[in-house]
Design a protein around this ligand. Sequence first.
Ligand SMILES: [Zn+2]
Length: 353
Amino acid sequence: MDIRKFLTIWFLNYCYKCYKMLFPLKLLSCYISGKLTMLAKLMKSVYQKTLNVPVKCEGVGLHSGKLVEMHIKPAGPNTGIFFRRLDIPDNPIINASYDCVVDTKYGTTLANADGTHVQTVEHLMAAFMGTEIDNAEVILSSCEVPVMDGSSKSFVEMINSVGKKEQIARKKSIKVLRDICVSFEDKNISISPSDTFSINYHINFSDPLIGEQTYEVVFFNGAFKEQICSARTFGFLNEVKALQKSGFALGGSLENAIVLDNGKVLNPGGLRYKNEFVRHKILDCCGDMYLAGKNLIGSIEANCAGHELNNILLRRLLGDKKNYDIVETVGQVGTLEEVKTRERVDVEKIAIA
Ligand SMILES: [Zn+2]
């Protein structure tokens, strides 16, 4: 055998051994990069959203009893949610912010520095949270958001009917870093660090139809729309006269609230859920918490809390920067199965083309 033939055989043999040695490593790296690619397809940065086009509705204010026309218009990135009063000269703006809350009796009222106010914002704010709207201008012809059917359903349907558009700014969330607890007499509410936003709510009413109810929602994959958005506000017949005498519930009716009379529902259609009451308390809590200006990432436990404790909790949480971190919102674009199905459909489309 001449030296050239010998060297060629030796070199080929050497290459084969190297290939055999590196093959498992290559397999491993393919596996890891495949997993990472799949993970990247599952999770992605989320951008802020606003409505595609303006929408409008008309209704009555639950407490003021006044007819009101409301327009919701798209707004620029990082502007947040803000209200504008069309019935007041110069059309003043009121920011939808926890530090603009001036009253929490039977609803959440916001006011600007001049004292111009907007009443009962919580059901609309909950709809914005549930539909992931970050920026919007809400124009009102009166002092109160219309109550519609007493839930967030109409607002969610209005927003979904025109759709949303992504904006250039990235969405940010408030990640809770420390436990915060607020209590007053037998009522309390707390928020703790978590990887998701969830609310666990407990109520206890003397009316036998309500009694004790507990419900927990992890706000993920449309949970707000499916479990919370249709739950209506409620009141008791024996309190209506006193409330109206003090200027509340002037627009209240069986069309926009569940009315209870000693264990009986007076609304002809009955309840939408057996535990509609606790679900509505969660809806109110969502709306109040969205006044933080961003989504919260934390776990809320509430026991007979209400608008006042909700607002105190936010003020405590956001009053000390050590309590939270502002993080870029990362969203899951689907389950592993959904991503795989989407890829299969794409491959089929290419094959057909
Ligand atoms: Zn409510």
